[in-house]
Structure formats: C-alpha cells, structure tokens
Design a protein around this ligand. Structure first.
Ligand code: PMP
Length: 285
C-alpha cells in the first residue's frame, strides 16, 4: 500500500512526494528533523518533540512557516492518513529550495515533510542479551560548532561513528566530546548505573536532549532511584555496574559489552530491566 506523505501544505501520494535537487537540506544538510514514536495511535511526547524542533529551528535561524499547533496537527493528520497504530514519524524541515551557493537567504520557503511509517526495532534477542558496543574515534561535534542539541540534518559525525561500530559487527558506538568526556551514542543517549545510582552525561557534554532520556530520568526518580547528570570518562563506562541506551527507536536497551570489556553481569542488569519495564508500562498507558 502506498503511503501518504505530508509535503508542505498537503498530503500527497508517496510517488509524488519528491524534493528539488536544489533544496539546501540536500545540498548542505541545512535543516532539522525529529523522530517520534506512535504508540496505540497516539503520538508519544508530541509536545516535547515539537518544542525541540522549534528550538532547533531558532538555533539555526530557520523560520518554520507554520505554528507549532499547526505542526502538531499535520503530524496527527499524517499518522491518521496512514492508519499508523504503532509506528514512527519522521518530521523534516529543510531550508528549502535555493541556488547552488551556501547563502541560505536564497532559499525562499522552508520545506516541511512528514512521513508516518512502521518501524523495525532491534530484535527482541538483543534486548534480552544486551548490545555489544565500542567507543568511537570520531569525536562528537563541538558545542560551539552546531550544538548537539540541534537535531540537524548534519549527521555525518554520527554516521562515521556508526560505521566504526558496523565495521566490527556492532550496532552502536559511544561518542566522546572534544574534552574526552562521554557525549552519547550515535543515535541514543547513554546511562550507567554505579552502586545503585544512575548517571548520564549532562546535555552540555555534547548530547541531544533526548526525549526518551527525559522520560527515563523522570520514571527512574519516581521509582526512587537517584539520577545524576555528570561528566563521565571512558573509565566510568568501563567500570560501571550497568549501562543502557535510550532513544525513540531503541527505547531502553541494555549494554553487555563495551570495547571488549564485559559490563556488569554481561547482560542487562537489574535496574536496566526494571527501567525498561517501567518505560514499557508508561508507553502502554
Ligand atoms: N542522540 C542522538 C544523536 C539522536 O539522534 C537521538 C534520536 N535518535 C537520541 C540521542 C535520542 O533522542 P530521543 O530520545 O529524543 O529519540
């Protein structure tokens, strides 16, 4: 069945959902995006995603030609038009069509694209066993460059780090910032557990302010765990009791090995499993 895609001001058939080769999103990665889950027909943490999109737009001086309320509505419309009960929404705003030069002022109207589709998750087995991951050599982009809080269409650093992992037959890699502190994984935030306490790098360490991260921190605190945002070094990861990643696609997934070192008991630990269960319950309510 062909999908309906939201393109600027209307739903169009997938075959007609095409963009210009002069779009600066394509030419320069000039734009921003969101990846949002749909659970039981409901857009998960919808407002948080829309807010993050608009904050990113402001940071890169892109005026989205639509109010956040209208944006919220077109996401719902696209989800409904494709009968998505459980799935994934990709929301993209590019600088739009301009000329071949860098100058973004040549772009007249930002282009808005909403895709509502199904999603392929990590196989269940990996949630049971935990992910084996590595530390990437590719450094997370400097916060004074494009702030990692901006979910921009420039994902090359993350892609290079992802390739480092894939080269070793793994799916994820930890990225460090220019100071050597842990930033995040290539498409997920990272948490560790040490002596029953949860730690995650502060956003200022070079992480995306992940919506799943926020939800997990809240659920953990409600469950009585202490959660601290703290700069973490590679040693902290190598010597922790548990490690897990969070993201819209992965949800909460345990890590069993980092850089050839077994993490904790070599499979998702007790607190990781508890938080995964709490997250599961939260998305189903
Ligand atoms: N970090 C990066 C670099 C990401 O791209 C993502 C989203 N895939 C995340 C973290 C997780 O963020 P969220 O929980 O909002 O999906």
């Amino acid at each position: 069945m062909s999908m309906k895609i939201w393109l600027n001001d209307k739903l169009v058939d997938q075959a007609d959902a095409t963009v210009s080769v002069f779009d600066h999103g394509l030419l320069y990665g000039d734009g921003i995006f969101e990846g949002i889950r749909v659970y039981s027909g409901k857009v998960f943490e919808h407002k948080a995603h829309i807010d993050r999109l608009y904050e990113g737009a402001r940071a890169i001086r892109l005026n989205i030609p639509m109010t956040p309320e209208q944006m919220t509505e077109i996401v719902c419309k696209t989800v409904a038009a494709n009968n998505i009960e459980d799935g994934y929404v990709r929301l993209i705003v590019t600088r739009g069509v301009g000329n071949l030069g860098l100058n973004p002022l040549t772009c007249e109207t930002p282009q808005i694209i909403v895709i509502a589709a199904t999603i392929t998750l990590y196989p269940e087995e990996l949630y049971q066993k935990g992910l084996k991951i590595i530390s990437a050599n590719t450094v997370r982009n400097h916060p004074l460059s494009i702030p990692p809080q901006v979910k921009s269409l420039n994902y090359l650093c993350n892609i290079m780090a992802k390739l480092e992992a894939l080269d070793r037959g793994m799916f994820e890699a930890i990225m460090y910032n220019h100071m050597g502190y842990v930033a995040e994984a290539t498409g997920d935030n990272v948490f560790i557990v040490k002596d029953g306490v949860l730690y995650t790098p502060p956003i200022a360490a070079g992480a995306l302010d992940g919506i799943t991260r926020r939800v997990v921190m809240r659920l953990a605190r409600e469950a009585g765990y202490e959660v601290f945002e703290k700069n973490l070094a590679r040693f902290d990861l190598h010597s922790c009791d548990e490690m897990f990643l969070t993201g819209s696609a992965a949800e909460v997934i345990g890590v069993s090995e980092l850089d050839g070192r077994t993490i904790g008991i070599g499979k998702p630990g007790k607190i990781t499993c508890d938080l995964r269960a709490r997250f599961d319950k939260f998305i189903r309510q």
